[in-house]
Ligand binder design. Structure first.
Ligand SMILES: Nc1ncnc2c1ncn2[C@@H]1O[C@H](COP(=O)(O)OP(=O)(O)OP(=O)(O)O)[C@@H](O)[C@H]1O
Ligand SMILES: [Mg+2]
Length: 259
C-alpha cells in the first residue's frame, strides 16, 4: 500500500520470559479505522503503547509517514502526532476539564494562554463537554471524563488517534456517549486505531477488524467479511478474494465473549 501513513513491520516485544508481541505487521491509510480485538493478555495494549513509544519494542519497525518512530529521538514529537486515549482517562485531578485540555496546548504547542483557552473550549464543545468546562475530574461521570480525555488528545491535532478500550471502565449506560463521539470522529475522517470489544460499534465503524491472539494478528477482515455477508444477508462485495475466508478463531472468540 503506497499511501499508508503508518507502517508496522514485524514488531516484537518480550517482557522477561514472555513473548508478548511476536512479529506484528500492518499498515494504516489516512481515514482508516483499524479495530483490534482478542483475548486478555494477547498484547493489544502493548502494541498501541509501542506505537507512541510508551513501550520500547525489542525489534521491528514503525514508520509514521517518512519518520521511523522506532528510531526517533524526539519522543514528545511522536506523541504529538499520535494522540492516545486510555481505559482510565488519565486526567489531571487538580485541573478542571478546561485546564486538562488547555495544558497541552500551552506546554506542548506553546500556544498563548488566551488562544489556548478559546481553542480548548472549542475542543470541549466538539465532544459535548463545553458546559462542564469548570468541573474537576472528580465531579464528572466516567463517560464525561473520557470525553474530556478525548478532547485533550484531539486538541493537539494528531494525525492518528489511539484508543485502548476507552469504554471498558465505564458503566454500560455511559459507554454510548463515548462511542458516539468516536463514531463522529471516524465519520469525519480521523485515522483511528482502537482496541474495543463493543461489537456493534466495531461493526459500524471499523474499516478492518484485526483479531490478535498470542502476540500475533491471526485473522483480519472487514466487518462484513467477519459477519459473513452484509446486513441483508448478501455476501460482501468488497474484496471478493477474501470473502470465502471463514475466520474460525475470531468467531470462536466472539462466541466466548458474547455467550
Ligand atoms: N510493563 C510490563 N511488564 C511486564 N509484563 C507486562 C507489561 N505490560 C504488559 N505485560 C504483560 O504482557 C502481556 C500482554 O499484555 P497487554 O496488556 O498488552 O495485553 P492485552 O491484550 O491488552 O490484554 P487486556 O485485554 O487484558 O487489556 C500480559 O501477559 C501482561 O501481563
Ligand atoms: Mg489491554
Amino acid at each position: 500500500m503506497d499511501n499508508a501513513i503508518l507502517r508496522v513491520r514485524d514488531l516484537s516485544k518480550r517482557f522477561d520470559s514472555e513473548e508478548v508481541l511476536r512479529g506484528v505487521s500492518f499498515e494504516v491509510c489516512k481515514g482508516d479505522v483499524k479495530i483490534f480485538i482478542g483475548p486478555s493478555g494477547t498484547g493489544k495494549s502493548t502494541l498501541l503503547r509501542c506505537l507512541n513509544r510508551l513501550v520500547e519494542p525489542d525489534s521491528g519497525q514503525i514508520w509514521l509517514g517518512d519518520e521511523e518512530i522506532t528510531r526517533a529521538t524526539d519522543i514528545d514529537g511522536v506523541r504529538r502526532r499520535m494522540g492516545m486515549v486510555f481505559q482510565n482517562f488519565h486526567l489531571f485531578d487538580h485541573l478542571t476539564a478546561l485546564g486538562n485540555v488547555e495544558i497541552g496546548l500551552i506546554k506542548v504547542l506553546k500556544m498563548p494562554k488566551r488562544e489556548a483557552r478559546d481553542f480548548a473550549m472549542s475542543e470541549l464543545a466538539r465532544v459535548g463537554m463545553d458546559r462542564f468546562a469548570d468541573k474537576y475530574p472528580a465531579e464528572l461521570s466516567g463517560g464525561q471524563a473520557q470525553r474530556v480525555s478525548i478532547a485533550r488528545s484531539l486538541a493537539i491535532n494528531p494525525e492518528i488517534m489511539l484508543f485502548d478500550e476507552p469504554t471498558s471502565a465505564l458503566d454500560p449506560e455511559l459507554t454510548g456517549e463515548v462511542l458516539e463521539v468516536m463514531k463522529k470522529l471516524a465519520s469525519g475522517g480521523m485515522t483511528m486505531l482502537v482496541v474495543s470489544h463493543e461489537m456493534e460499534f466495531v461493526y459500524s465503524v471499523a474499516s478492518e477488524v484485526l483479531f490478535m491472539e498470542g502476540g500475533v494478528i491471526v485473522e483480519r477482515g472487514t466487518p462484513c467479511q467477519i459477519r459473513e455477508g452484509n446486513a441483508h444477508g448478501r455476501p460482501c462485495d468488497s474484496n471478493p478474494r477474501d470473502s470465502s475466508r471463514s475466520f474460525p478463531r475470531t468467531k470462536a472468540f466472539l462466541k466466548r465473549i458474547n455467550g
